[in-house]
Structures are given as C-alpha cells and as structure tokens.
Design a protein around this ligand. Structure first.
Ligand code: F6R
Length: 238
C-alpha cells in the first residue's frame, strides 16, 4: 500500500484529483469505481472544476458506483443516485454512469447484472474508496464471512448510527443496501483509498499495523497489489 500524507482535507482532494487526471490521461476510456459519503465531496468538486476548465474530459469514460441503499427511490435526496447526480454526474460528462438500482424488485438479479456490466465494461481501472469508522468498505460490514460478488447486505448499527445524520426521519433510513463485494472491488487494477478526519484515526491505525484484522474489512486491502492511500494529518495521528 503506497501512502501519501496530506496536510489537510483540501490537499487530499487535490492529490486524489491528480490521480484521476493521470488515469484519464493514460486511458481516456477508463472505467472508474466511485464512492459516496462525505469524504469524496471535495474531490468531486475539484474534478468538476477541472472539467469546467477544460483540463479533464470524461466523455469516453464510464463510472460504476460501489453501493446504494435498499430499498430507496432514486429521487430520494439521501439515495446515492441523487448524491452522485448532485455532486458529480450533473457536472461531469461521463459516457455512462451506473449505480445499483435501489428500487429493484429482484435484488439478486440486479446484483448479478451489475457485476456482469462491470466485466463487460472491461473491469474497473481506478476504484475510489472511503472507509467507515468500523472499517467497512462499500457496505461490506465487519462480519465473519464476506461476499465476493455484489450483494444485498444488512447494515450494522454502527453504520446506521454514522449515517443517521443524513435522515431527518429515522423511519426513512434503509437498513439494508446493495454493495459491490470484495471480488468486484479487488478486481480493480488500482484502488485509491481516502481517509480523512480524526474520527478515522483509530481505524487507520489498524491498517498501519500491517495485519489482516478479520473484523476490519478494509484491512483486506493490504493484500491488493496496487492500493494508494491518501490520508490527511488528522486521520494519520498515531
Ligand atoms: C460510500 C461507501 C462507504 C463510505 C464510508 C465512509 O459509497 O461505500 O463505504 O465510503 O461509509 O463514509 P464518509 O466518507 O461519509 O465517512
């Protein structure tokens, strides 16, 4: 795992955008795996700015998002579809964008089709990841077993609590989600993990131990041959 430490969140976003820019320059038809949450918001702002300034052009690139709540209507302001449209897709000209369908009536068929669409697109070139305070990546929550393929999963109390800040009405917060599995994530040629903020320092410390913690899903990333971690000083506190 290659580690880049940034002074603060703004620097982290610039460093991450530089990697996106380099990937796109190398391969304009790149397939990007994308994440939601607070962490990538500044990166998406920076990418939108670079597209607006004519420095980047995603018109031959494709995007696949990691996950989506289930069930959720894509027009719900807390759906990941809505988040991506607002923060990136309405501003950046991807050839195609893909997010698991939070309204599907057949989750297992939806998940199988999602994995097959990623394969048909040629696999993910650069996969962006955030990390949960409990070490989850995508919505692969700490457990004793982990799914390989995209799957319907139950969210843990820790994740529900961390994300409850986004839902005014707790009854509207979905307790399950569709998420890419470890196989789908690990098939990416390059993984970019972003960690920002003091509340992530403890989970970051676990990664730096250089051991697989079976209850810290992100620690499995130590086995991937090409991971870049960009972390800010607050999260890198030891
Ligand atoms: C989002 C996702 C999650 C988040 C993680 C961190 O698509 O898959 O794993 O990356 O929950 O969220 P933030 O960035 O809000 O701390």
């Amino acid at each position: 795992m290659k580690k880049i430490v940034c002074e603060n969140y703004s620097e982290l976003c610039i460093a991450a955008a530089d990697l996106f820019e380099a990937q796109l320059a190398k391969k304009p038809t790149s397939v990007f795996g994308l994440a939601t949450g607070s962490t990538p918001i500044g990166l998406y702002e920076e990418l939108s700015k670079r597209v607006n300034d004519g420095k980047m052009d995603f018109s031959n690139a494709k995007a696949f998002n990691l996950d989506e709540y289930y069930p959720i209507n894509p027009t719900h302001p807390q759906s990941y579809k809505y988040f991506m449209d607002e923060n990136l897709f309405n501003k950046v000209n991807f050839a195609s964008t893909n997010i698991p369908n939070g309204e599907t009536t057949n989750p297992s068929a939806e998940c199988a089709e999602y994995d097959s669409a990623i394969k048909t697109a040629g696999g993910i070139d650069l996969q962006l990841l955030g990390i949960g305070v409990n070490g989850h990546i995508g919505f692969n929550e700490p457990d004793t077993t982990y799914s390989i393929n995209t799957n319907l999963t139950k969210l843990t109390e820790s994740t529900l609590e961390a994300n409850s800040r986004f839902f005014d009405d707790p009854n509207e917060q979905p307790r399950t989600a569709l998420t890419m599995g470890f196989g789908s994530i690990f098939a990416a040629k390059h993984i970019l993990l972003l960690i920002s903020g003091g509340n992530k320092a403890e989970v970051a410390r676990k990664l730096f131990e250089g051991k697989i913690h079976t209850d810290v899903p992100a620690s499995f990333l130590l086995l991937h041959p090409n991971v870049t971690l960009i972390i800010d000083k607050d999260a890198n506190e030891n």
